[in-house]
Ligand binder design. Sequence first.
Ligand code: GTQ
Ligand code: FE2
Length: 363
Amino acid sequence: MSEPAVDDPRVDALHERMAEHSLGGHWQKKRRDPNPKLVPHLWPWETVYSCLLESGEVIKLGGINDAAKRRTVNLVNPSIPDLKATSRTLQMSVQLVKPGEMAECHRHTAGALRFVVEGEGTGYTNVNGEQMIMEPNDLVLTPNWTWHDHQNPGATPLVWLDVLDIHLIGHLDINIHENYQDARDGQGNYFGNASQPVLYPDGFCRQRFGPIRPRNGAEDNRFLPYTYKWAEARAALDAMAEAGERDPHDGVLLDYVNPLTGGATMPTIHCRVQLLPPGEETRPHRHSSSTIYHVVEGEGVTTVGGESSGGNDMAWTKRDCFFVPSMDWHAHRNASKSEPAILFSVSDRPVLESLGLYREEHA
Ligand code: GTQ
Ligand code: FE2
């Protein structure tokens, strides 16, 4: 972007002098546009998965970037490739932990969640001491500043989707990370281990913070480590589909709520799952939150943008991931006349709501 020509050497001189002092005129253009409009995009699972498996051959856990100690492949929005970001707030990635491997324990101010793709029921994420078993399509939360390590004691690969609010955290300049190994206990002694001990069995938080629970003062905990089991989500979807309860814009729609507050999944990331009955076509809507989808099953088409902005059809099939930018009109269609389609999605909606910036329009 070049400066509009101003035929006045005094203005040029002013611009130069201001630049020397780290100042700029509101009338001047930015040198680089840091906020281009994000594009919708689809990442076919076939390519994502084959790159992930290849990374399993050539990338040793912790071998290249010692700070991360994670083998994850990031989904990169083509509008902002330098940032390696899926959206301006969220990052979706896929992670692989091979049989016998462990991803070391750490915690960070970025909130994260995992949606499981492959697992035989032995692999787990240890979140603040709870052994959260990862079965396909389970949702595991590791909220802001909770300790977490991933363990695969089984015989087959463990694969899941990671979602972190890392880009939002970056914009807010509050990205802090601590390795368990370097942290100290209450007595000032280093933990010194790569993983934390298992203190609680799988399901501990679901029971302890479920609808029958002790009065323990945790009623308003918005940073609750939690696991949502797929069997329960799927049963709820099927029951609602059977009863014909549908949202005109999203089909059969369920929220993953915080069981204590009844509110958003986490303060920065909200999760949903929706079922589109066979042949279902939803009505278009748009909103100020942006959404990343993952196809749990089925196949269909999501149309993004209206006729005016040149509609963009994204055809998806099982396990593909796709992004719908904020304020873009979108509608979903199940391409099958006999099978349901199911979409898991994550959005930054709670951030927009808490700042008074959530807007929604229906066609
Ligand atoms: O598994 O803890 O994709 O810390 C990025 C950062 C996963 C993790 C990511 C992380 C993790
Ligand atoms: Fe992490």
